[in-house]
Design a protein around this ligand. Sequence first.
Ligand code: NAD
Length: 343
Amino acid sequence: MAAVNFAIIGYGGMGSYHEKNLMFSEKEKINLVGVYDILEERQEVARAKGLSTYESFEEVLADERIEAVLIAVPNDLHKSMSIAALKAGKHVVCEKPATLNTEEFDEILAVAADTGNRFIVHQNRRWDPDFLIVRDLYQSQPIGSVFQIESRVNGANGIPGDWRHLKKHGGGMLLDWGIHLLDQMLWLVDSPIKDVQVDFSYVLGDEVDDGFISFITFENGIKAIVEVGTTNYVKLPRWYVKATEGTARIDDWDLSGEMVRAVQTSNEIMPQPIQAGVGLTKTMAPPSEDATETLSLPKASAEYDSFYSNVYHVIRDDATPIVKNTEVRNVLQLIEQMFEQEE
Ligand code: NAD
């Protein structure tokens, strides 16, 4: 079957990233016909790369060759542009956050249902190798049953760009990075949420959050800490996972880290007391070498289709989307709940 003809709307940081992926990774399935950006300078960058550009969004929508658009504009524009594209008979792949709240999201889904066109959200971090390792730990249980997961991203560069600093554009780090980490966590644990507590940070003095720390309890008993920081000059690990027989740590996207499993209980092999500050401790001493073994982290592998290939199969063969709209909505609902705690 023929590749799906796409146009990219918004040729900024992410629009150009999509262009590279669409053009080089799934060429047989996705065909990039052209791009449109409201800024002439971005149109020029696109043309300099040999891409066709459109003069307006309306011109894209009127082009009968275009079957689908990829929306990569600031967050507050996702709803109106997605709805316009769906009504014009196009399928839509939309950047995260799909919308600023569940009400807007439901409006898009209603139009998608009316028109019969597909709406798919780019929650790409379900394919991140570090996440895939945690998913493997969770499912295959090499260190036992996971009961606590800490997921963090720490930066020291503040909030990037212009529109991300403003509420009216859907700025702030919960909607920017938080949505990725929450999407991963909810997809992984796959249990309703019993409780969430959040604390936002405003270290930089912007009107939007520059980070947050949240504590989530799932109904299946699993507890999660999800944290985003943009003023962290010293990083904490990307992941810290506690399970019934061991602990795993993944430091960063380079996948460095370790996984340590208990082979004997501490009652059988007592650790040696150590000097701790001005005191002595056995409780906090490292376990004796006989009591634990250090294992390599599992290899990361996605046992599911790539994002763009799945998009192709959803459009051409009515396949099930890997990123389901019910899941996207659950994450948006959680985000709403978190923002409500701020008020
Ligand atoms: P950006 O500011 O770099 O790019 C946005 C582009 O949209 C700009 O070039 C701007 O001129 C253009 N634009 C603005 N209004 C427009 C309009 N009405 N019509 C056409 N073009 C318009 O921002 P970005 O970092 O590329 O973010 C864009 C979207 O991608 C956001 O929703 C963001 O959350 C998302 N994003 C996703 C990821 C990811 O990993 N999935 C990463 C980065 C950004």
